[in-house]
Design a protein around this ligand. Structure first.
Ligand SMILES: [Zn+2]
Length: 220
C-alpha cells in the first residue's frame, strides 16, 4: 500500500481536485459471487512544475461510497494508494488555461477546462466546479514557474565586464569609466573578467555590482 506519486526533483503538489470516478466490474468476482468492485478516482493535480492527471485504483468491497477525497491527504503528502500519472503537462509548455461553460446533450450545465499548449496542441477536460476552481491556481503557478526558470537562466549567464558594457550599450548607456565604490577613484572599465581591483585602494569591484548599479538608469 501507499505507492508514491512520481514527482520530479523539487516538485511539490499545490492543489488538486478529483475529476471523475473510475469504475470497472471485476468479472472474477461475479463468478465467485462475491461483490468486488475495482474502483478509482481520477484527479487533476497542480504542482509547482506540472499539471498532472492522476488515477488511483483500489479494489474495494461493495461499500465504496464511504471512500472520500481525503485519501489524497491535504498536507501535501505524495502518498496516494496505487496511483499513477496518466498525463503530465509542464507549466512552461502551457500558453494559457481557461474555462468555459455549456450544456450537454441532456441539457445539464457542464464546465470544461481548456489547456492550450505552446506546441499548438490543446486539451479540453470536462470538469466539475472543483476542478475549475484550480484555474486561477494554475495561472499563478505558471507565472511563478516562468519567473523561477528565468532566474535560473540568468544565473547561468556569466556576467563579466564585456557583457555588462554590451548590455548597457543596448540600453543607451556608454560606460567607459566607473567609480571605485570605496575610494571614489576613476577606474577604466576592464575589457574582460568578472572582477577587478581598484588601482588606488585595492578594493574588489565586481561586474555584477556594476551591472546592478547601472540597470536602474536603464529602467528609469
Ligand atoms: Zn578604490
Amino acid at each position: 500500500m501507499g505507492e508514491s506519486l512520481p514527482l520530479q526533483e523539487g516538485e511539490k503538489p499545490i492543489a488538486w481536485h478529483w475529476k471523475q470516478w473510475l469504475t470497472t466490474w471485476d468479472k472474477i468476482s461475479i463468478w465467485r459471487k462475491t461483490p468486488i468492485i475495482v474502483v478509482g478516482k481520477a484527479w487533476l493535480v497542480v504542482t509547482n512544475q506540472r499539471i498532472l492527471q492522476v488515477e488511483g485504483r483500489f479494489i474495494h468491497p461493495f461499500e465504496v461510497r464511504s471512500w472520500k477525497d481525503d485519501s489524497f491527504n491535504q498536507n501535501g503528502s505524495r502518498t496516494l494508494s496505487g496511483c499513477q500519472v496518466t498525463a503530465a503537462y509542464s507549466l512552461e509548455d502551457i500558453s494559457s488555461v481557461h474555462e468555459t461553460h455549456g450544456k450537454n446533450v441532456a441539457g445539464a450545465l457542464v464546465g470544461t477546462l481548456h489547456i492550450q499548449m505552446k506546441s499548438a496542441d490543446s486539451l479540453s477536460i470536462s470538469a466539475n466546479p472543483g476542478v475549475l476552481s484550480l484555474v486561477p491556481i494554475i495561472n499563478e503557478a505558471m507565472v511563478k514557474r516562468k519567473s523561477l526558470l528565468q532566474r535560473q537562466q540568468a544565473k547561468n549567464v556569466v556576467i563579466d565586464f564585456s557583457w555588462v558594457k554590451e548590455y548597457l550599450n543596448k540600453g543607451g548607456i556608454v560606460l567607459t569609466t566607473i567609480k571605485c565604490p570605496q575610494c571614489g577613484a576613476s577606474i577604466d572599465l576592464p575589457k574582460e573578467g568578472s572582477t577587478t581591483k581598484c588601482g588606488y585602494c585595492r578594493a574588489s569591484i565586481h561586474a555584477q555590482d556594476v551591472l546592478e548599479r547601472f540597470t536602474g538608469l536603464i529602467k528609469s
